[in-house]
Design a binder for this molecule. Sequence first.
Ligand SMILES: Cc1cc2nc3c(=O)[nH]c(=O)nc-3n(C[C@H](O)[C@H](O)[C@H](O)COP(=O)(O)OP(=O)(O)OC[C@H]3O[C@@H](n4cnc5c(N)ncnc54)[C@H](O)[C@@H]3O)c2cc1C
Length: 472
Amino acid sequence: MVDRQDVLGLPLAKPLDEADIQGFAAALRGELISPEDDRYGAARVVFNAMVDRRPAFIVRCAGVADVMRGVEFARSHDLPLSIRGGGHSVAGKAVCEGGLMLDLSPMKGLRVDPTRRVAEAQAGLTLGEFDHETQAFGLATTLGVVSVTGIAGLTLGGGLGWLNGLHGLACDNLISADVVTAEGRLLRATEEENEDLFWGIRGGGGNFGVVTSFAYRLHPVGKVLAGGLSYPLSEAHEVLSFYHEFARGCPDELSTTASLGVSPEGEGVISVSVCYCGPLDEGERVLGPLREFGSPLADNIESMAYTTLQSAPDAGFPPGRRHYWKSSYLKELSEEAIEVMAEYVSEMPSPATGVGLQQMHGAASRVDPTATAFPHRDEHYDFLILSQWGEPAESERNVEWTRSLFGAMEPFFEGGVYVNNLGDEGEDRVREAYGANYERLLALKGKYDPTNLFRLNQNIKPPSETASSPVS
Ligand SMILES: Cc1cc2nc3c(=O)[nH]c(=O)nc-3n(C[C@H](O)[C@H](O)[C@H](O)COP(=O)(O)OP(=O)(O)OC[C@H]3O[C@@H](n4cnc5c(N)ncnc54)[C@H](O)[C@@H]3O)c2cc1C
């Protein structure tokens, strides 16, 4: 008798019994952790303490074979499947309820080839671990700005960091990736091989498979001229207007951020942070007008190791906090927009919260919006309200404040949202995140994951699912 088959031609799901589970555990090199295990509590934790889900199984993958077996096991038993890289996403979709969580964080292999300037990195690495290895050779690539973030989720969504002006996004620096597909097969994706998949994983998130390793192009990065200037919140108009003009004119070597928040002393404060990654004397000249502007409360811009810069904000994001983020893109910083931000920040319910503008420009913005799946190629700011607090009882107040500020800022947005900043915000927002590339991503989903096995992400529903759902 022939088994019934799904659209991939694979046998249809069968119910799970104890022998299946034992067989699965025995077939793994890594650990299979179930709820009775002492390690379960820690293994299911992700960065955002608002997320509290209990998978039926957690596989701590030791290598590619474990990933392939995990994918096969989830598919053949119809289990929800979540993929954890660094576990740092605020949406928290790395952990699932009642299904199989494939935890890639034990996979931390990394090989730097200093001659070819390439790093081959497994998907469980954090940014800090990656930078540590590549900086030993005076090399780096664009990643994010907090060292405990995972390279996997960050790169698959785009990856915006201090080197974006000179070297583009993290995904722009990908040379290849190894991807385990919904069929449990390992594919190599490059510009020449499975090039449609390679296009899709550079901005399309985890929709098409599990990436087990990435090869990145590296660049010489020595000491950088970096740090920040701070000003009282009462000077928001002068400071942010000047900042905007300065940022607009800055060279590729310089990338900037601005944020509004509360100082450790409890005062409203604006911070402008910078990283100049070219010759330091030229950096001093370029930064001159910014450092000479107004009367900053502090100026701690200095030459520093790139790894020092990359871990500088870590203390501001300790584990165990609750997070609720809302985000979009801003092209202009009008008087009115500055007014709204300053007013809301002066009434922030949590002193740990910040409102940030992360500059995207130069090489990152010159890539054609359809060249990779990441569509938001422009000279603009990734505008982000990063609300964080400790106590569950404070959740409602913080969420409400965040939504209210986001609503007040909406008239100023350019539209779109960075997929890695999205929470659970509904299908329209997911479409906004994939922008002009959505239709092409939809077709790709139909090819590589027609049954939507990889659905616990900012999900692109395959045509088979969208066809049957009512249009709202
Ligand atoms: C404090 C903080 C600072 C941040 N700063 C930046 C920044 O400067 N720049 C920036 O670009 N982003 C930044 N981010 C956002 C960051 O890019 C996302 O949170 C990203 O998802 C983190 O990746 P991760 O692997 O740690 O997350 P995870 O939570 O492990 O994964 C997120 C999702 O990615 C998918 N995924 C993860 N690994 C794989 C894999 N191997 N294969 C297939 N799919 C996978 C899954 O769908 C998963 O749900 C920041 C986030 C935080 C919390």
